[in-house]
Design a protein around this ligand. Sequence first.
Ligand SMILES: [Zn+2]
Ligand SMILES: [Zn+2]
Ligand SMILES: [Zn+2]
Length: 168
Amino acid sequence: MTLLSIEPRSCTDTSCRAKHAPGERVALAASLCGGRGAQLTKLRRQVLELLWESGRPTGAYELIEALKRRDSRPVGPPTVYRALEFLIAQGLVSKIQSRNAYVPCAHPERRHDCLFFLCSNCGASIELEDLRIGRLLSEHAAALEFHAARRVVEVEGVCARCIAAGAA
Ligand SMILES: [Zn+2]
Ligand SMILES: [Zn+2]
Ligand SMILES: [Zn+2]
């Protein structure tokens, strides 16, 4: 799969609900990394593509299996974890602690706290941006004199599609 022809497009809609074409978001990630002098190597890029294509939080071992299928070259867990660490450090991926899984951040081009709604029935995740959440977290952290290292909000429940299908 070649993504070189895809141009990153900027999104100014803060309620777009992260509905973007995976290839376009990967191209955006590549251009962000390029601008920072960070190397989005082939493997890091493949991991990011797989996360975008998956559409739900994906665990490291699932990624390893998918990489094996894609490249027919076995990749060890430490390599994949290092790639994930890089993607997290660049703000391109968030870790969902409650599932021990990873999701791509829809808008790495804008600073924001990631807010995820996670469906416990179908496994889907929906990322929203709400600057009020970030402000609230900052205020509380400041009041507590707490240094926040990771600001990812996870909300578990059942998504609209599953509710419509009678799952809740
Ligand atoms: Zn958007
Ligand atoms: Zn995000
Ligand atoms: Zn669901």
